[in-house]
Design a protein around this ligand. Sequence first.
Ligand code: GDP
Ligand code: CA
Length: 319
Amino acid sequence: MSSAGGPVVELAGGVGGARLGRGLQSLVGSDLTIVVNTGDDLERHGLLVCPDHDTVLYTLAGIEGPFGWGIAGDTSASMNQLEVYGEESWFGLGDRDLATHIVRTARIRAGASLTEANLGLQRSLGLSATILPMTDEPVTTEIRTSEGWLEFQEYFVRRHQGPTVLEVRWRGIETASPTDRVRAALAAAKVLVIAPSNPIVSIGPILAVPGLREAIERARSAGTPIVAVSGIIAGRALKGPADRMLASLGHEPSALGVARLYAGLATGFVLDPADAHLAPQIEQLGLRTLVVDTIMVDEPSRARVAAEVLNFARKLTRA
Ligand code: GDP
Ligand code: CA
C-alpha cells in the first residue's frame, strides 16, 4: 500500500471528496493527506459537528451510510429523545454518529485543537490516510438567497437547497490561517488533487483561507502537478446543488465552467466522456485534460478513478 510517487494531497468537501479519497487511500495509504472544508461545520445540541470531515472519516473507514454521510446502520433513539426535550431535529444525527461529536467536543473543551481532536477520531477508526481540517479557526459558510442570508446547513439541510443562491461568503475567514500541518502537507506534496467536490462551497472555502492558495501556487511553481476532477457531468451534479449554484452565481454549469474556476491554479483537469467536446476549450485555459469515466459507485470504481488521476498527474510531472 505504499506508492513510489511520494505524498499525495487531496482537497475535499464531503461525498465527492470522500469517494475519491477512499480510492486514493486504497492506492497510497499513509502517503495520502486530505485537506477538508470546515465551512459546513456547525454546533448542534451543544456539540461541534463537522459534516465534511466526518463524511470523509466514515468513508475512509468503510462505514459510511447509504447516501454517503453518517454511519451505515445507525439508529436514531437519541434524536427521538432530543425531540421529546423540544430540541430542533432538522439536522439528523445518528446514535453512533453522536458519539463522534461528543468525543470531538469534549476533547476540544479539554484543550485539543480541532485538528488534534479529529486526528484522534481517525486513529480510533484505523484510517491509514490523514484528514486535516483546512484551519483550526471557526469559519462558517453563509449563503445569500432569495430569502436572505442563511448559514450553510440552514440552506443545505433545513431548506433542502431550495432557495436560489445569490452570493456566498465565509464568516471568520479573514482571521483564519492554514494549520502548520496543512502547510507542511502542501509543501511536501508530489501530487495535488482537487476532488470533484462542489467548487463553490466545498473547494471555495479551502482556497479562501488566507495563505492557502499561495501555498498551492508555490507547489505549482515547484513543478507539483495539480489535477482537478470535474464533479459536473453533462451539465449536472451527481448529487447536491453544485450545478444550480454555479448557474445562479453566473458561472457556466458544466465541466468547462468548473475548469474556468480552477484555471491558473490547476495544471490538469479530468472530465467525463460525455463532456469530451469541452476538452479543447479547457486546454485553451492552459489545463491539460484527461477524458475518463469518473463515476465512483463502488470500491473498484473508486480505486480505478484514483489510479487514473495519479497516472495522469505523473504524466504531467514528466511533461
Ligand atoms: P458534499 O459536501 O457532501 O455536498 O460533497 P462534495 O462537495 O464533496 O461533493 C458534491 C459533488 O461531488 C457534486 O457536485 C457531485 O456531482 C460530485 N460527485 C459525487 N460523486 C461523484 C462521483 O462519483 N464522480 C464525480 N466525478 N463526481 C462526484
Ligand atoms: Ca459539505
